[in-house]
Design a protein around this ligand. Structure first.
Ligand code: ATP
Ligand code: MG
Length: 443
């Protein structure tokens, strides 16, 4: 009997078709095509990973992954519409228009016979291209519930790791020694949090304890990979759960150090409330099928440190806009060292921040101009969150809500009232503050 990382390769538990609930009708047409075509070409072909897990749980899978004994090159021979991708992890992508079915060759965790097929750096796996058998492939996966295979040959589910039992019990359990497996790939810690939040599963104690200890390993993960993971954590409808769990394990600070610092040192309650409301807002938008953009999500996650720094800069005499721009670029710079944020998201994120002070300007033509700004809607949604968490007056948010709903005459009336009454106040206050701040300004 072979032994890999203390896991004995046993005969698999085979669950025949009548004893599980996976029906071909619930597998996507494209995935089914790939499965059958590989089988017809004489290869083993299985559905694996999240697709099998979610179908067994009666959930709708996000995507379908296929595992086979065909090498990527052999897969390419079977499908015209196939591209090979990845260096670290070589895969075949079978394209059907915009839909992609990922086909992975069974991999082994055994030592490499060819140098370069597997590389590790300080215990971290950076390249993994040693092909193996289905048993070996099962054991190098992360969690037992992710190591279940649906066999297109006889429609059975193949379980080498006790995944079926864990699925029924609602338990997340890593395969092998948890410490080693987290060190090999620290992203598995984030995956543990994500699946626990998404499926409502408990992490079994042996896999949970290292989460409190090993967070700093995330510093060795490329920021671009962490960006992908952050999106999966916060854009799957369980952002709030994910946020709370990440903080519980001390992992949030590894991803958003400046935010963690700001949340930890704040006396008032509202910064936490703000992030929580932002997460709730994202979750309910996803539930309602409304679009969510990573720009808004990152604007929420980084707002607290940006706001505090902008406040300090304003106290030192900077104008509201310059203070916000400066704070935004400083915080973004630090953040990018941990989790990258592509420009297509960081630019609108910063616009959301930069527009905030303009909501205070309700006199003259300014409110009309703000209304036509392409980023108005996102900035306004952001203002609502700030008001809900008590950072700005609810009256200000209500004014803007009404201003959008009113027609021309009533709008003009609102602006006139703002000119004569409340609208003047922030202006006067600002002037006073600027004057008193002048002596502190070194220029
Ligand atoms: P979902 O797609 O719903 O987010 P998933 O489990 O399918 O969840 P993927 O990232 O699509 O997640 O990965 C597919 C499968 O590949 C997983 O189910 C798991 O078996 C394996 N896998 C993914 N990432 C890792 C990892 N870091 N370490 C080991 N196995 C992994
Ligand atoms: Mg998947």
């Amino acid at each position: 009997m072979k032994c890999i990382r203390n896991l004995k390769i046993a005969t698999p538990h085979i669950i025949p078709r009548p004893e599980h609930n996976i029906s071909r009708a619930n597998i996507s047409e494209h995935a089914t095509k790939v499965l059958y075509r590989l089988k017809a070409a004489g290869y083993q072909s299985y559905l694996v990973g999240g697709g099998v897990r979610d179908l067994l749980l009666g959930r709708e899978p996000k995507d379908f992954d296929v595992a086979t004994d065909a090498t990527p090159e052999q897969v390419k021979e079977v499908f015209r519409n196939c591209r090979l991708i990845g260096r670290r992890f070589r895969l075949a992508h079978v394209h059907f228009g915009r839909d992609i079915i990922e086909v992975a060759t069974f991999r082994s965790m055994q030592d490499a016979s060819e140098p370069g097929d597997r590389e590790t750096e300080n215990g971290m796996l950076v390249r993994d291209n040693i092909y193996g058998t289905i048993e070996e492939d099962a054991l190098r996966r992360d969690f037992t519930i992710n190591a279940l295979y649906y066999n297109i040959e006889d429609f059975s589910v193949v379980d080498y790791a006790g995944g079926m039992e864990d699925l029924q019990a609602g338990v997340l359990r890593l395969l092998g020694d948890p410490d080693t497996r987290y060190r090999e790939d620290p992203v598995r810690m984030l995956r543990a949090v994500r699946f626990a939040a998404k499926l409502g599963f408990v992490v079994n104690p042996a896999c949970e304890n290292p989460l409190f200890e090993l967070g700093s390993l995330l510093q060795s993960v490329p920021p671009a990979r962490l960006f992908e993971e952050v999106l999966k954590l916060f854009m799957a409808g369980v952002a709030l759960h994910s946020f709370e769990k990440l903080r519980h394990y001390g992992l949030f600070g590894q991803l958003f150090p400046e935010t963690e610092e700001a949340l930890a040192h704040e006396d008032h309650e509202f910064p936490i409330t703000f992030v929580i409301r932002g997460m709730q807002n994202t979750d309910s938008r996803i539930r309602e099928g409304k679009p969510v953009t990573p720009a808004f999500l990152f604007a929420v996650l980084l707002w607290e440190p940006v706001r505090l720094l902008a406040e300090r800069l304003r106290a030192a005499g900077e104008s509201p806009l310059v203070a916000m721009q400066q704070a935004g670029s400083d915080i973004l710079m630090t953040q990018l060292a941990r989790v990258s944020i592509p420009k297509r998201f960081s630019i609108p994120m910063r616009e959301i921040w930069n527009l905030q002070h303009r909501f205070e300007q309700r006199a003259g033509k300014r409110p009309y101009r703000l209304l036509t700004h392409p980023r108005f809607r996102a900035a306004y949604d952001f203002l609502l969150l700030r008001a809900e968490s008590g950072e700005v007056e609810q009256e200000l948010a209500d004014w803007w809500t009404l201003f959008q709903q009113q027609d021309g005459d009533e709008r003009n009336q609102m602006v006139r009232q703002a000119n004569n009454g409340d609208g003047d106040k922030p202006k006067r206050r600002r002037r006073r503050r600027r004057r008193s701040a002048k002596p502190a300004d070194p220029r």
